[in-house]
Design a protein around this ligand. Structure first.
Ligand code: NAD
Length: 261
């Protein structure tokens, strides 16, 4: 349990990749604060399951990543009740699939706020605690869409390209403080975020469900397999270790070869 005594704050961790991060870090001893939306009973069951993984405390905070004040309050609650945060993972994200001329401005604003600006607010709040501790690990879940584009995802692709610039900048600012800052860029991972965009993609491209899965999603991925949440979490766990001390400012792909093309 190499993360015993450390506290990890993970945004958007009630589901999908974020929940896999929380489980992987708790399994290695970290106290975790999870965040996100969903059914209250399921979230409480997951919080208790995380505590059972290492016998330490796990907390849930319902901060909306579109609200800077709620993000600041979540970080201070984490510090007061769990310590740290020593590890901050900015993972919350949403998607909307639509051609530019019909793209609703409120969806653009929400995607930029949740997928990009929330990472700024988390880092702004967490870095002072990490500097004081002389140790920190910051990870952003970016995407293959931080390196390449797909049609009908203007806001998402803009936010994901943006978060990599933010990661590089903060990596330079914290390079001598024992802190590393990196992005993980998964290809298509089978989670509710992917499942939910299938109907809109069917509509936007006039395709069947099978065509969307095979000809749109897995078309881009040379392995022809979805990435698993556990594979993404395993990379985050590695980044939290001492062997990863010299990896900072990087954007690491876990995309089945997508962006090698
Ligand atoms: P998901 O829908 O399973 O999880 C998203 C999480 O974010 C949930 O916990 C949800 O409650 C939370 N969330 C959404 N809006 C929020 C808000 N306003 N405030 C707080 N929490 C909020 O999706 P996922 O696929 O696990 O996505 C996680 C991250 O991975 C996202 O940033 C996504 O862009 C990125 N990503 C996903 C894939 C993929 O194929 N699934 C690929 C590349 C990158």
């Amino acid at each position: 349990m190499f993360l015993k005594g450390k506290t990890a704050l993970i945004t958007g961790s009630t589901s999908g990749i974020g929940l896999a991060y929380a489980r992987a870090l708790a399994r290695e001893g970290a106290r975790v604060m999870i965040n996100g939306f969903g059914d209250a009973d399921s979230i409480e069951a997951e919080r208790m399951a995380l505590e059972a993984l290492n016998g330490d405390k796990a907390l849930y905070d319902d901060a909306d990543m579109a609200k800077p004040d709620a993000i600041a309050a979540m970080i201070e609650r984490c510090h007061a009740e769990l310590g740290g945060p020593d590890i901050a993972i900015m993972n919350a994200g949403i998607q909307h699939v639509c051609p530019i001329e019909d793209f609703p401005p409120d969806k653009w604003d929400a995607i930029l706020a949740i997928n990009l600006s929330s990472a700024f607010h988390v880092m702004r709040g967490a870095v002072p605690h990490m500097k004081k501790a002389g140790w920190g690990r910051i990870i952003a879940t970016a995407s293959a869409h931080s390196l390449t584009a797909s049609p009908n995802k203007s806001a998402y692709v803009a936010a994901k390209h943006g978060i990599v610039g933010l990661v590089k900048t903060v990596a330079l600012e914290t390079a001598t403080d024992g802190i590393t800052v990196n992005a993980i860029s998964p290809g298509y991972v089978w989670t509710p975020l992917v499942e939910n965009q299938i109907p809109d993609t069917m509509k936007a491209r006039k395709l069947t469900r099978d065509q969307v899965v095979n000809d749109v999603l897995l078309y881009a991925q040379p392995t022809k397999e979805f990435v698993t949440v556990e594979q993404v979490a395993a990379l985050a766990l590695f980044l939290c270790g001492e062997d990863a001390r010299s990896i900072t400012g990087a954007n690491l792909s876990v995309d089945g070869g997508w962006t090698a093309q």
